[in-house]
Design a protein around this ligand. Structure first.
Ligand code: SF4
Length: 99
């Protein structure tokens, strides 16, 4: 195998790894990270940040807030990263006036 091909492969794998580890694309705007008082305390915020926001993409894309924002183009305040609501349940709660 030519050396230049190995270098190219190495760089490609390194870039893929960095992309996979860059975290959730919603980090710049997500209320979880930017709204004071949105969560009950700093420990909860740190837990969500470490467990979802800054995790590998195989993890952050399981965040219910990410999934909800992607599907509905909004995410109500009652939805947390580890919420177990289905999208239908979220829509039902929104129709009932929950925010
Ligand atoms: S809480 Fe979810 S949607 Fe918000 S930045 Fe973290 S992973 Fe992304």
């Amino acid at each position: 195998m030519p050396e230049s091909f190995e270098k190219h492969l190495f760089i490609t794998q390194l870039l893929e790894k960095q992309l996979n580890n860059s975290g959730c694309p919603n980090q710049k705007s997500c209320q979880i990270l930017h709204v004071d008082g949105f969560l009950k305390d700093a420990e909860t915020k740190a837990f969500y940040r470490n467990s979802f926001c800054e995790a590998d993409n195989a993890v952050w894309n399981t965040c219910k807030r990410f999934q909800t924002k992607t599907a509905l183009n909004l995410c109500p305040d009652f939805v947390m990263p580890d919420s177990t609501f289905s999208l239908d349940e979220i829509l039902d709660r929104l129709e009932e006036g929950q925010k």
